[in-house]
Design a protein around this ligand. Structure first.
Ligand code: CAA
Ligand code: FAD
Length: 380
């Protein structure tokens, strides 16, 4: 495996780092406190090409590889994981899913505006009674000839209030189980589609998470993605790539906290010396560094698998489960290294610790990743 990043990769990494420092850092604490969506910042990310990084230029995207995407995700997540989840959903779930499986008309209609950040997308799989157990979809899409009638509720939808395009998974033929599920493109404003209240969250508080309610929403047949009954496979295949994005979000949260802790440990004095000179603190930093490097390698492996068209179901699940654990471990230790100062908002690490937790929950909990991993490694 080639560990060296190309000139282009380094440039993208630097551009994301600069953007995060100049545009996301100012106001990140206030946005977290007020649960304020980073509207202006997301608009600028769109202008810079961060909202459709892997979309082909013919559909208005940047045409970059997955490695570029994870490098940018890490840099954005170091500073603002709320902005990075918006980026992740738009890039790796909505744009990727549409580009890979959509019709030419669907791609022409939606991708250019999604990739430029003019509009945002949402990916709607989870329901009150179907989270991990995603095949148990209760939302129904009844076939009415030239359209579907959509009824049901989706839960926890990222970009729920801010999106214009929603990829909604729903059951058409309950007797066929997961083979009867479809994926439909629903647009904001379709009659019968309502956005519920915004969730008040522990972390990633700048992102907006909502329930969505569908009551007899008429969705044209041309809005179905893929063949009749392909919806569950569509969700699973799309999530395999999404998990690489969330793993890099976790990596960014961890490396952001590590950098802050390392800097602080060289400044703060106790017992007549900088605290990094106490072995207990130096060893924490050594563990943090090692875990972060290991997570980065797993993520790069998954990204390269995807770029090489190799199967990445296993490598993406392994990257996500490991990187999200590293995010938890490292952020807790970063708060510890800051002592009391780590417990207050100005030092950022308490927010990073709160943000880390979601990476073990969404896009498949850690327990679900272990199901995916164990099934894969035991298969042969
Ligand atoms: N690619 C293609 N097909 C896949 C697949 C993949 N990666 N994974 C599973 N499938 C297929 C299986 O082959 C099977 O189809 P066949 O019967 O035709 O072979 C079908 O899907 C059902 O799979 P299983 O029999 O394995 O079903 P299961 O119920 O035992 O397990 C699961 C499925 C892996 C647990 C799945 O339900 C799952 O991933 N759950 C987690 C849901 C999730 O990740 N939600 C995230 C929501 S989006 C989000 O969270 C966004 C955000 O926060 C920002
Ligand atoms: P449950 O499935 O009820 O799980 C509860 C616990 O039981 C977990 O610890 C789980 O790991 C464990 N568990 C369940 N089944 C098993 C099993 N078989 N073996 C071992 N343990 C098991 N969803 C979307 O579709 N789109 C989004 O944009 C989106 N954004 C989100 C944003 C936020 C902030 C949050 C909190 C969630 C979001 N989700 C989204 C939903 C997320 O994907 C689900 O919360 C997640 O998949 C878990 O489902 P659940 O909450 O119903 O938990």
């Amino acid at each position: 495996m080639d560990f060296k990043l190309s000139e282009e990769h380094l440039m993208i990494q630097q551009a994301a780092r600069d953007f995060a420092q100049t545009e996301l850092l100012p106001g990140v604490i206030e946005r977290d406190e007020k649960q304020e969506f980073p509207t202006e910042q997301i608009k600028k990310m769109g202008e810079l090409g961060f909202m459709g990084m892997m979309v082909a230029p013919e559909y208005g995207g940047s045409g970059l590889d997955t490695v570029s995407y994870v490098l940018a995700m890490e840099e954005i997540s170091k500073i603002d994981a709320s902005a990075s989840v918006v980026m992740s959903v738009n890039n790796s779930l909505v744009c990727w899913g549409l580009e890979k499986y959509g019709t030419e008309e669907q791609k022409q209609k939606y991708l250019p505006r999604l990739a430029s950040g003019e509009i945002l997308g949402a990916f709607c799989l989870s329901e009150p009674e179907a989270g991990s157990d995603a095949t148990s979809q209760r939302t129904t899409a009844i076939d009415q000839g030239d359209h579907y009638i959509l009824n049901g509720t989706k839960n926890w939808i990222t970009n729920g209030g801010t999106a214009d395009v929603y990829l909604v998974i729903a059951q058409t033929y309950p007797e066929k189980g997961h083979h009867g599920i479809n994926a439909l493109i629903v647009e904001k404003g379709m009659p019968g589609f309502e956005v519920g209240l915004k969730e008040n969250k522990l972390g990633i508080r700048g992102s907006d998470t909502h329930s969505l309610m569908f009551t007899d929403v008429k969705v044209p047949k041309e809005n179905r993605i893929g063949e009749d009954g392909f919806g569950f496979k569509f969700a699973m295949k799309t999530l395999s790539g999404g998990r690489i994005g969330i793993a890099s979000q976790a990596l960014g949260i961890a490396s952001g906290a590590y950098e802050l802790a390392k800097k602080y440990s060289k400044e703060r004095k106790a017992f007549g010396t900088e605290i990094c000179n106490h072995q207990a603190i130096a060893f924490k930093l050594a563990d943090m560094y090692t875990e972060i490097e290991a997570a980065r390698l797993l993520i790069m492996k998954a990204a390269r698998d995807k770029d090489n068209d190799d199967n990445y179901d296993l490598s993406s699940a392994a990257a996500k489960v490991y990187a999200s654990k590293v995010a938890m471990d490292v952020t807790v230790e970063a708060v510890q290294i800051h002592g009391g100062y780590g417990f207050v908002k100005e030092y950022h690490v308490e927010r990073l610790m709160r943000d880390a937790k979601i990476t073990q929950i969404y896009e498949g909990t850690s327990e679900i990743q272990k199901i995916v991993i164990s099934r894969s490694i035991l298969k042969d």
